[in-house]
Design a protein around this ligand. Sequence first.
Ligand code: GLY
Length: 342
Amino acid sequence: MVDLLLELFRQNMYFVTLWTALLLINGYFAMEPVIIVHGGAGDIPQSRVKGKFDGVKVAVIAGHKVLLQGGSALDAVEAAVVSMEEDENFNAGYGSVLNLRGEVAMEASIMRGEDLNSGAVTLVKEFRNPISIAHKVLTDSPHSFLGGEGAKLFALEKGFSTVPPESLISENAKNALEEFLQHGEFGRTEIGVKNEGGVGTVGAVAIDKHGHIAVATSTGGMSGKAVGRIGDTPLIGSGTYADDNVGGVSTTGHGESILKYCLAHSIIKLMENGSDANTATKEAVTGMTNRLNNTAGAITLSKNGDVGIYFSSTRMSWAYIKENKLFYGIEHNEVIADDYAP
Ligand code: GLY
């Protein structure tokens, strides 16, 4: 009997020791979760700077909380983007810019770097958070990209509630369309050169403690766009890309140029060939602008959590949390750092 008890003790101690060692190893090798967001690139007027700063900070904290609670990178980027879709300061969800008919027609995409699975929606008119529908496409649909009526049917099937389309229209968006109709030209950014009412596409890139990367991007497109126009944001490789072996990218700016240049994937390719996140982001955005004469911006995380930020437009709001600091900026070469205690 004593022998049996001693044996049980030895076995239990063995398992306890092994279990403790595994926990320590897991903790030691767990990555620091990192999340970066952008609130759009363009000719953002001074009057909109504070709203952008406030919004990107709230969004990055929302995503970071998910990561700290052990949530996945995919859930974190969705939370960050939902926060900006709810905020009128951004061109996504409520506050989206309007097409030529005065309607909101939103687009979003999300991608998981672990298995390259993705979900995207376009021409969404009656739902408040297109990014959540895109996430559902990723997890629950045999397809990757649903548009218009099909996206609506899928969302209803999955339990999303519709909202009146007018409830997504902000005063700023109406003013921006009126302004567009007066000058009638698309600017060099998604919001138009003269467009004081313009706001920006939103995006988030995160890496969780397991080293998994996810990216989400959401937009209302460009003011005065044709009915049925689809831009870069829902296109995997243009607006969004994530690959655990390399990194993740979300882009913003002139949609037709970004999609021709496959901007997000161009940055990934440069990193795959040895460039660091910052160099790759700058090189690809500059390359697109030189080739196509339109502007854009991008945020990038490498698989090691290194950050890349670059924009060829006048301004781009961004924020990220890393090593207990919240960094943010909107002007070229501007980096503001606040202590951040979750
Ligand atoms: N980048 C947003 C758009 O042009 O649709």
